[in-house]
Design a binder for this molecule. Sequence first.
Ligand code: PEP
Ligand code: MG
Length: 359
Amino acid sequence: GDELVAAVHRLITHADEVRRLGVRTNADTADDAARARRFGAEGIGLCRTEHMFLGERREAVERLILADNDGDRDAALAELEPLQRGDFLELLAAMDGQPVTIRLIDPPLHEFLPSMEDLAVKVALARERGEDPGHDAALLAAVERLHEENPMLGLRGVRLGLVIPGLFAMQVRAIASAAVELKQQGKHPQPEIMIPLVGAVQELHLARDEVERVIAELGVEWDIPIGTMIELPRAAVIADQIAEAADFFSFGTNDLTQTTWGFSRDDVEGAFFSRYLEKGIFAVSPFESIDREGVGALVRTGVDRGRATKPDLKLGICGEHGGDPDSIHFFHDAGLDYVSCSPFRIPVARLEAGRATLD
Ligand code: PEP
Ligand code: MG
């Protein structure tokens, strides 16, 4: 046992000496971040912030989304901001001295809305009893207005940030003020702010302007990199334009695979892909291992066009493929700077990144 552990340790140490790819982790909590650090992570490549809006904060989020006036909206945001600040203080402290890419909120909206069916039943029952459904009726009308047949192709990511005034600004204030506080304590926080699901450069410009405005208002005296996910085919194709407004790209190969193939990432296994695999039509799912001909070609396009605009553009990948050995070889060849994967996959990612160099 001990000898094997020592041998693996030597192997990974050797891989670290030769690898060109950095290895970061996907982590949303200080616990995950600390675990990833023990596995050798060199930063966080993706902190998904949407989970921070669930649980007991859900009610404030519901009020935020359903608000029909500035006062209600601002009140909900004011409730959420100190909680977010606490989230980022913990996370940045756990990763002190290493880059932490924090992605602004990217939920499919339906995850935050009360169930339309439940509300409809409540309203109908109240009416049957001859009671006034009051608040529930108003809520139902709002939920119906926001209902989407395909939430994963709807009001997500940057779209949500542009449609709900103050939402991105609240998160950015929480991130930047947490970093300022840690600096005052003599620590070395390195937040990076990432805008999700950008498909048009106009979206990125608007979001970036807002992020920069908030950072300037707080009087932050150092640069906080602002970048974007490349996770829609259109973003890869116009990466030359997008690079003008981005300090870094991170390829979101989960959504990029979903949108390139037109497969729902949540349904494809059950819907038909397991039978494709059984019949031998494909040997592996494109969600597991990078599809070099399609999704991979878009990644290469994004790399080439992005770097044509900005030769020193920092490039990473934070989709699930970032922890897949075969995909890691592809990302090395494509010229990315780092992969980001879940904490437990980090040792294997370090090893494969080393093997990719030797190959
Ligand atoms: C992606 O789309 O690859 C990604 C990393 O973002 P998410 O999985 O959160 O959509
Ligand atoms: Mg995504």
